[in-house]
Design a binder for this molecule. Structure first.
Ligand code: AMP
Ligand code: ZN
Length: 113
């Protein structure tokens, strides 16, 4: 736990947040400033700054994040229409919260053509 990390505070429930899902490894909640009709964040409980800081021991965490994203996509009924999974990495990659998180984006209107 990093004391000045917003997502550590959310993980530790120091800041109130509605979790869509929680297990031993990750928590899942809606993005406060959605960039898609459905915009959900999958966040590991362990504080890892970014993809750059992953070690060989973190493989299970990343695998769980992706497995949970898949599960949530189905729960939100966007599995068949499709969705994006996105990691922003460091400032140049658009990362603003330096606690690893996976964006799940979807729910756009179907293209009629
Ligand atoms: P990134 O740019 O990849 O670091 O994404 C950080 C995301 O966290 C942004 O999409 C923000 O809208 C989102 N965010 C920031 N604060 C909160 C919060 N308190 N609850 C939910 N999402 C948040
Ligand atoms: Zn953190």
């Amino acid at each position: 736990m990093e004391t000045d990390c917003l997502f550590c505070k959310i993980v530790n429930k120091d800041i109130e947040s509605d979790f869509l899902y929680e297990d031993d490894t990750v928590v899942v909640f809606r993005d406060i400033n959605p960039h898609a009709p459905i915009h959900i964040l999958i966040v590991p409980k362990k504080h890892i700054r970014s993809i750059n800081d992953l070690t060989d021991h973190d493989g299970e965490i990343v695998a769980r994040m992706i497995a949970v994203a898949k599960k949530i996509a189905k729960k939100e009924s966007i599995n068949e229409s499709g969705y994006k999974l996105l990691f922003n990495v460091e400032k140049g990659g658009g990362q603003v919260i330096f606690h690893l998180h996976l964006h799940l984006l979807g729910g756009w209107k179907k293209n009629k053509s």
